[in-house]
Structures are given as C-alpha cells and as structure tokens.
Design a protein around this ligand. Structure first.
Ligand SMILES: [Fe+2]
Length: 428
C-alpha cells in the first residue's frame, strides 16, 4: 500500500513539474516572441505623444499628423530601420486633438479614424472608462465594451481617458495574448487613447508588460517624477491619476513606491485624486482580503501599508480589479484590519450615493474603494465584506465623470444598466 502511495505521489510530482516547466517555457518564449502589431499610443503629455507599432520586416517608420484629417502635413520619420517602431511627436499644442496616419510597407495598417488628444491643464468635464480583468477575449468582453460605446453614443469626443486595472491579457500577458485580447478587440480605442494599464498578476509573468508599454518616469504626464515605470501620475483637467503596481514592486510602507506616493500626493494641486492598481485592499469576491494566503498576501499588504497613505492625503477614489465582480465602499477611513474589525466608526458618511468633501481639508477626509474586476470574467462568490455594502456578481465597467466640483462613478453592467452610482461633491 505504502509503495503504491509513493508511486502515485511521485507521479503527481512529475506531472506538476512537467506542467510547470512547460508553462515557464511557454511564458518565457511568449514574452519575448516578436509579433506584428497595429499602431498604439503611449506617453501622452500636454505637448507630446508616442506612437508604437511592430512591422513584419525591418523598415523606417513614418507618421503623418495634423489638426484635421485633410491636413496631415507634418511628417516624422525614424532615423533607422527596425521592426519595433516608436516615434514621439513633440511640440504639440496642449489640450488639442490631432489626427495621425502611420505608413508601413510590411504591415497593412488600419488608419481609419486614428486620432489623439494631448493632456489638458483645465477641463470643465471629463469622462474616464475603467475596465478590470478585461483580458478574456470573447462575447462578454465585447458586450461590456459595447455598452460603454452605447453610453457615449459611439461618439469618441465623449470619452477622455481609458484605464485598465490589470489582467489585461489572459492567461499570461504574452505578446500574442496582448494582440489577441487587447489590441485587436479594442482596436478602435487603441487608435485613439493611451491605455493607462496597471499590471495584474496574469500580466506579471511579466516580461512582456514593460516591453508593450512605456510609462512616464519623469513626470512627463504630471505629478512628481517616480524614476520608475511601475508607478507614476497622469494629470488631465481636474484629475490627478496615480497608477501603482501592486504585483511586483515592494508594497512595504517605506518602500520606493510608498515613499514616492507620499511625496506625489503631498505636492498635488488637482481637485480630484484617483488611484488605480490591480489587487484590492478590500474584497470578498473571488479573492478574499482577509486571507493571508490569498494572492501571497498582496491584498493585506496593500491595505496595511497603503490605506494609511490614502487616508493621510484624503485620496478620493481607489479603483482595483482582481476579484471578478463589483464591490464598493461608502466614504471610509482608517480600516486596515480584517473585515470583522470594520465598524460604524470607519464610515465617515453613511449615504448610499451622495458624499461631500472639502477642497481644503484633505487629511483623513475619507476614501471610496471600488472593485471592478468583471469586465470579461465573473466570480460567483459571497460578496459580504462589511466595508463593501454595494456588492454584486455582475459583469461590467466603470464610467467616471469629473467636473471641478464633482466626481461621479457609475457601474455600467453588461446589460447596459447603471447598477450603482455615487457622487462626491467638493465644497470649500
Ligand atoms: Fe488578478
């Protein structure tokens, strides 16, 4: 009997090892594998943008651009031939829409409707589309996307920014998966918006992620220089957006990311602060933020080490994914323990949908936490975290609308319903 058990255990061990080695080879190869790729936008600033694409053969990249579709008379050429192209267009006007066209001889480029807008110093209103765990191509992903397009009446002038909360290309974020699960299905957005993408755990077999994207490290897009692509700020209109990496960099409270974040938030002068990263501090969906073993403790570390920073600087909204559902807190403060330590004292304002904050007194003014990891996948789970009274197993995405004095966030479901909505109003 003992011998049989030993043999079975050995067999299982061998199978696991073969699977692990196979997977490692697949992901390593997939991360470095070269794939042709349609042009996409990165590093948007108030006066520049970078266009990247990958052609099948070595050639000199060429981009034409202008203020109208008929007048793309400005031309930029690369200095050398390559397959991996990256052309920065600089000296642009702030807050201005440009049209662009990319030429390649070894890649058929879909140039229809290509445009971008530089970041704005001021804006009367702005709209963000936020998707989490969107990297499963198929009907659900497309329907969630379609509902956003319906919401804006298919008018891209009504959308300012696109944020991805991680797990952007299942299952391993390889180059091919990025093409199939992000660049192809979202091509109309890819042509027009910089995907401000946070890394998720599935992107973090991770070599492809920072090859695909270029993020600002010297405060090119606003905020303070982070000198690190893994965390940075983007400022547009009334928004100070912070993108964090909850997956691979140190999540300690005196690590590089935390130290930079404190300085960046302390220097901020924009009225609204939204912070985005993959692994949520509070969740009772597919992942459990009480469980120290869940996601190797990242949920707990983000809560224990970063929530005190969000509290201190009065961050308005924190958006995350990872759990494939929708969960949302009220305006809360000072909760870093397990869910059973959450009490009424942690709730600063008990309204279901209307909150007010001061434009001046920021410290300990409370934060709303939203989990939206259901933009292509769904977890049936308990959804009973006491800090997250608005929770549901529904697929969808977030529409965030910002004016100088209000921030409204809506959970737009896959059926086109607004299943949750709240507004924060800022008063002096
Ligand atoms: Fe995840």
């Amino acid at each position: 009997m003992k011998k049989i058990l030993k043999k079975v255990a050995l067999g299982i061990l061998v199978l696991i090892s073969i699977y692990g080695i196979g997977r490692f080879i697949d992901v390593s190869y997939g991360s470095y594998q070269f794939v042709p790729r349609q042009p996409y936008l990165v590093l948007q600033t108030q006066n520049a943008v970078t266009i990247k694409w990958q052609s099948k053969k070595e050639e000199v990249g060429r981009v034409a651009y202008g203020l109208t579709q008929e007048s793309m008379t400005n031309v930029r050429l690369e200095n050398t031939t390559s397959k991996k192209h990256s052309l920065s267009i600089t000296n642009l006007k702030e807050c201005t829409k440009y049209f662009y066209r990319v030429s390649a001889s070894s890649l058929v480029i879909d140039n229809e409707g290509r445009s971008f807008k530089t970041l704005c110093e001021k804006k009367e209103k702005q709209r963000l589309w936020v998707i989490g765990d969107s990297g499963q191509a198929g009907e659900n992903q497309q329907e969630v996307y379609h509902q956003m397009l319906e919401y804006i009446n298919h008018d891209f002038n009504k959308l300012d920014m696109w944020i991805l909360l991680g797990d952007n290309a299942y299952s391993s974020g390889t180059q091919k998966q990025y093409n199939k699960k992000l660049f192809k299905p979202f091509i109309e957005l890819v042509k027009r918006y910089v995907p401000w993408a946070a890394p998720g755990n599935h992107d973090m077999r991770r070599w492809a992620f920072y090859d695909v994207w270029d993020f600002p490290t010297n405060a090119e897009s606003g905020g303070l220089p982070s000198h690190n692509e893994e965390f940075y700020s983007v400022e547009d209109g009334n928004l100070h957006l912070v993108m964090l990496d909850s997956e691979t960099v140190s999540r300690s409270n005196d690590g590089e990311m935390a130290e930079w974040l404190k300085k960046d938030l302390s220097a901020n002068t924009k009225p609204w602060v939204v912070i985005a990263f993959h692994t949520p501090p509070y969740t009772d969906g597919g992942h459990k933020s009480d469980n120290i073993f869940d996601s190797r403790g990242r949920l707990i570390e983000m809560r224990e080490n970063f929530v005190p920073i969000f509290d201190e600087y009065g961050v308005d909204l924190v958006v995350s994914g990872h759990s494939h559902g929708y969960e949302r807190s009220k305006l809360i403060l000072n909760h870093i323990g397990k869910s059973d330590t959450f009490t009424a004292q942690n709730i600063l304002q008990d309204s279901q949908s209307e909150y007010t904050k001061s434009t001046i007194e920021k410290e300990n003014s409370g934060t709303i936490y939203q989990v939206c990891g259901s933009s292509s996948k769904l977890d049936r789970a308990s959804y009973k975290h006491p800090a997250l009274p608005v929770s549901m197993a529904e697929m969808g995405s977030l529409i965030i609308e910002i004016t100088p004095t209000t921030l409204t966030s809506k959970f737009l479901t896959i059926d086109g319903k607004i299943a949750d909505k709240f507004t924060i109003t800022k008063e002096k």
